[in-house]
Design a binder for this molecule. Structure first.
Ligand code: NAP
Ligand code: GCO
Length: 289
């Protein structure tokens, strides 16, 4: 097998959770291009699944989509069984579905905390538990978790999200430890700040047309001085899903434009005019899905 063949996903069934749009859709598109036999995805409601199916069709991807809440163990078990009956056992799982609530901890209700933990940490536990038996039987499997810079760093208003993503980093290491002997690799993608609907509120222009303070802050903390694009993450997703990464396990691979390595510069020193073209091309607005 030539070196480039080791990045192929031919014959594989890949499940990306919460993949109607955003990073999940990008991962699915990359897997399809790398030869995956079938892309399957779920989302939280039929409207999103329909939207996702239309997006996949437009990209020429014959995907399977169904409504399934990753926090509902019965629904997940049914989704996995339905996929297996139609396409065969799942070879690649990307625990992508996630939510964030940006609320100061002193104002966050227990219910809001629990909702984030349920989706971002318990959901990956439920989905991973559902696919492991077939991977163990086949002695082969790839699990990729959606970690985050908040698996390493905190910031104001994201206590539940950071706790969940920190826990997801350790769940990644534990699945590696417990099931690596069955040739199952469990790793994580740790994106920096990527331009998706989830982060659109952090880039929204101010009433006077000026840059969002958080946008300026992130650019001052990123050596690349830009937000990531979903395309930036596609190659890493294929790598972690492919035989090329068979001896990598329990790792969080950060893809953040260098934020985690850089102390940052004074946000006020940034020349805003440099970002005009990129901002005009940022088609992901608040409320987009
Ligand atoms: P996104 O745009 O919010 O998409 C997340 C998807 O998951 C949405 O379709 C969402 O549906 C779905 N979802 C939410 N709760 C669900 C549930 N209970 N069951 C099934 N699906 C559910 O997020 P994204 O920006 O693409 O990010 C994808 C993943 O990467 C997330 O885990 C996120 O935490 C992580 N991440 C993102 C960034 C970034 O900068 N964008 C950086 C690091 C990590 P709804 O639309 O109904 O919520
Ligand atoms: C935030 C952002 C981040 C990103 C991502 C960074 O409010 O700080 O939403 O959490 O989504 O997780 O890696």
């Amino acid at each position: 097998m030539g070196i480039l063949d080791s990045f192929r996903l031919d014959g594989k069934v890949a499940w990306i959770t919460g993949a109607s749009y955003g990073l999940g859709l990008a991962y699915a598109e990359a897997f399809a291009e790398a030869g995956a036999k079938k892309i399957v995805f779920n989302d939280i409601n039929q409207e999103l699944v329909d939207k996702g199916m239309a997006a996949y069709k437009e990209k020429g991807i014959d995907a399977y989509g169904a409504v399934c809440d990753v926090t509902n163990e019965e629904a997940v078990a049914k989704f996995v069984a339905d996929v297996k009956a139609q396409f065969g056992p799942i070879d690649i799982l990307v625990n992508n579905a996630g939510i964030i609530k940006r609320i100061p901890m002193t104002e966050m209700t227990l219910g809001q905390w629990q909702q984030v933990i349920d989706v971002d940490l318990t959901g990956p536990f439920i989905c991973t538990k559902a696919v492991l038996p077939d991977m163990i039987e086949k002695k082969s499997g790839k699990i990729i978790n959606a970690c985050s810079m908040m698996s390493e760093l905190g910031r104001e208003t994201v206590s539940a999200y950071a706790a969940a993503k920190g826990g997801l980093k350790m769940l990644t290491k534990n699945v590696c430890s417990e099931y690596g002997m069955y040739n199952i690799q469990c790793n994580a993608i740790g994106p920096g700040y990527i331009a998706t609907p989830q982060t659109a509120p952090l880039r929204e222009k101010q009433a006077d047309g000026s840059m969002h303070p958080f946008d300026r802050f992130i650019r001052s903390k990123t050596p690349a001085q830009r937000w990531g694009k979903t395309e930036d993450l596609m190659g890493l997703a294929v790598f972690l899903a492919s035989p090329a990464s068979d001896f990598i396990n329990g790792q969080v691979v950060y893809i953040d434009g260098g934020i985690l390595a850089y102390i940052g510069q004074d946000p006020n020193q940034l020349d805003e005019s440099k970002f005009k073209e990129e901002e005009e091309n940022d088609s992901v607005k608040v409320g987009d899905k």
